[in-house]
Design a protein around this ligand. Structure first.
Ligand code: FE2
Length: 376
């Protein structure tokens, strides 16, 4: 499937020096890992492949590993009140704790990012079991979010040492067909976008892929600014900050409920968004609604592109184009207990953008939800 990454000509050299190979997994810290993993399976078509907990020798937490094609997420919850996970879930609610990156050499990547100014949270550690060895090392990023480097070229097990292969009863429902993590988006506080973009440039050697200012991303009520940083290949991370508007920005609402910067949304790539969204809707997933008028405007904007308009309008899929091609996308309602993190489903047909042409329609839909919560 074409991704942003396939079109990169010159890789970012200082990112390459870290030996980054892509997203390895996300780890969610949640109140009830069994229930959240079950929701990802029944709603979004994931499958449980591995488990760790007291039965496997871990006495403070349980984790389920869920996968769908190249997407791998770990869902973890604490087993007691003294756990660091309990404190974080109390602060943030359910959310993404770790954006783990696969690397060639975890110790070398860790040493290099510390030399470039990152804060180390866990020095390189070798984990092994009968399936081989993995090296992990962790550094801090925005809020309580972290990046773990995972070196797994010598490992054959279901996830990491300490996990055992596991399944949950298969959820009935049509195949969804989500393939990859296209991008992972963070929200940071007002005035701090530049600091975090600088952090990813300086420490990770990332390039700026694109920037949107509050003129481009504003509605009648609220505004935000966004810069997309990436490693020049497969790791694409937009960062948003709120901008002053007439009322409360959706980014401020996120920061209030999450209690700090954190992951706002995860975009999941598919090669057939019509089939994917039809399956997700049949499985009970709810999406932001777009007004019918959106499609009149969109047909004009997309003149010359052959699209299944009736299906798109029926399913609420949004469309956008740039000079490289077009993309189709849709946004879920928030998926945690608090109105914080949500998912995007995206199909790229050449386009490298992020749906700029949809921001206004999208944000107006988000604001309708905000208004229902009394936060606009
Ligand atoms: Fe996105």
């Amino acid at each position: 499937m074409p991704t942003v990454a396939d079109q990169r000509v010159v890789p970012a050299p200082r990112a390459q020096a870290l030996g980054l190979l892509g997203f390895d997994h996300l780890e969610w810290w949640v109140g009830n890992a069994r229930a959240f993993a079950g929701f990802l399976c029944s709603g979004f078509g994931f499958e449980v492949v591995a488990y760790a907990g007291p039965e496997t020798g871990r006495d403070d937490r349980i984790s389920y590993v869920v996968v769908q094609n190249d997407i791998r997420w770990v869902v973890t919850s604490p087993l007691g009140p003294a756990s660091a996970i309990t404190a974080q879930v109390a602060t943030h609610g359910d959310g993404v704790h770790d954006i783990a990156l696969r690397v060639r050499d975890a110790a070398a990547a860790y040493d290099e990012v510390l030399r470039r100014g990152a804060a180390g949270l866990r020095p390189p550690e070798v984990l092994d079991d009968r399936d081989g060895r993995v090296v992990v090392a962790t550094v801090a990023t925005y809020g309580d979010t972290q990046h773990t480097f995972v070196e797994r070229s010598e490992y054959d097990g279901p996830f990491l040492p300490g996990f055992e292969a596991a399944t949950l009863p298969q959820s009935p429902g049509p195949v969804v067909g989500l393939d990859v993590m296209d991008h992972v988006v963070g929200n940071v506080e007002l005035g701090h976008l530049g600091d975090w973009v600088g952090f990813y440039e300086r420490v990770f050697g990332f390039d700026q892929l694109t920037h949107f200012d509050d003129e481009q991303i504003s509605t009648e009520y609220s505004a935000l600014m966004s810069t997309v940083v990436w490693d020049g290949s497969r790791i694409v991370m937009p960062i948003n900050e709120p901008a002053p508007g007439r009322r409360k920005s959706q980014i401020e609402e996120y920061l209030d409920y999450y209690g700090s910067p954190g992951v706002q949304h995860i975009a999941l790539g598919t090669t057939d968004i019509v089939a994917a969204v039809r399956a997700l809707r049949q499985r009970g997933v709810r999406f932001l609604e777009v007004p019918a008028a959106y499609y009149e405007e969109a047909r004009d904007r997309m003149a010359g592109v052959d699209l299944p308009w009736a299906d798109l309008a029926d399913l609420g899929v949004l469309v956008d184009r740039d000079h490289d091609g077009h993309l189709l996308q849709i946004f879920s309602e928030t998926v945690a207990g608090r109105p914080t993190v949500f998912f995007e489903i995206i199909q790229r047909a050449g386009a490298r953008g992020f749906g700029e042409g949809n921001f206004k329609a999208l944000f107006e839909a988000i604001e309708r939800e905000q208004e229902r919560r009394g936060n606009l």
